[in-house]
Unconditional design. Sequence first.
Lengths: 114, 113
Amino acid sequence: NAGVTQTPKFQVLKTGQSMTLQCAQDMNHEYMSWYRQDPGMGLRLIHYSVGAGITDQGEVPNGYNVSRSTTEDFPLRLLSAAPSQTSVYFCASSYYGLADYEQYFGPGTRLTVT
Amino acid sequence: AQSVTQLDSQVPVFEEAPVELRCNYSSSVSVYLFWYVQYPNQGLQLLLKYLSGSTLVESINGFEAEFNKSQTSFHLRKPSVHISDTAEYFCAVSAGTGNQFYFGTGTSLTVIP
């Protein structure tokens, strides 16, 4: 199994540009989520999904869109990038149902918005 | 809602010395507690977790954490650290039937030769 994969690893955007961060998992996990990691702030949940066709907002959803058309993929879209979105983005997945399920993380995407 | 506090943002320690990384949580319901480790330029990996039963849980690389309900703590300890333990450590809490995790702000452990 490849686990959780993310592309790209690095990205530089100009303010106002749009892009999609890709996330895929091959473990048949129902639950997938996106976090952003900023210095001194830990990981904050952006959006999550409990299955294909179902998404919901996390702690910091503004400026981001998601969709879940398949179990495997959970792309994160930035519609109009802002410097405040400069961060490291992690995708994670797990089985859904009980809160004790371990989350598996991708390697991250480092995004810089100038 | 749940929250997690990691009081120490940076912990330098000499090689082979003991270390404790502190984690406190707040929750109105029963929780599950986790420690994740992040090595440089990598994603997070599960180090250990408390779900129920024995309050002392151990990892395969010598770390242990003890769930203390009365003090709402889940401190991480290792009796003798190695250079390879240098990493960022995150405490996390989850509760109920959902999968939402709440992470602390992280503790950067630096092991000094």
